[in-house]
Ligand binder design. Sequence first.
Ligand SMILES: [Fe+2]
Ligand SMILES: [Fe+2]
Length: 278
Amino acid sequence: METAPADSSLEPVAVRVRRMRFDLDAAPRYWHSDSPFLTHHFTAMSLFFPGGERFFIDSVRHFEKDLADPVLRGQVKAFVAQEGQHSHHHRVYDRLMSRSGVPVDRYEGWVDGLLRFMRRWIPAKAQLALTITLEHFTAVFADLLLTDDQITEGMHPKVRELWLWHAVEETEHKAVAFDVYQQVCGSYWLRAFMMARVIIGFPIGILFFHFLLMIGDRKAFGVRDIARGLRIVWGPGGFFPSALRGLLVFFRRDFHPWQKDNRNLIDDWSEQHPAVAS
Ligand SMILES: [Fe+2]
Ligand SMILES: [Fe+2]
């Protein structure tokens, strides 16, 4: 399925559905740089994915019947299939992390409870606005994962495969939910309002789970590990500060996800994974 870039002179980006297998059992307990801090940071993000991806799917599918454009309807189908795979594989990953004593079911249940509240109490267009906001987060995070070696170089290769595959597919479909939103709603103020909440709330949510994971694994506490992890994740030039500039462009009135044309990252990954590239 094709996702049209904002610049019409560019070739459309294909959204491909891949059936992936990951041998995560081969990964050690602290699979990122032998670091509890960095491993738990990524697990804290992953806890949002099983429920979050299902929320994205449902919020987009709600408007599928209102889409006149057959191309966009096709893109939605590919988006749903990709996000369904992400939800599945992150659920598997989260279960693996339970070997470190992480109460995965409880934490995922909290995320599900929050999303149930959203489904029940906020209108469908606001749910879609929340989805495009979080999709922009995942697109910005994906770009960093695919470009900043500082973040990925210490990952165990088997787990790295999972995160980089997810990053590639988030890049591929980064405009699908946004294009649906523009067709069925298009309100600038609704999406800006949502981003104003999420740009604070989502990092706090990640920090919350990260804190719980570290506290629950306090045998692994090490001052040097924490200091190094803080620098990589939160320090100047680190993961979140680097993401901030990319996140803020969402507040532009004329924003479109393909204004940042990073399709070369998809091509690079595809060349390295020819068996699953299409
Ligand atoms: Fe995803
Ligand atoms: Fe996504």
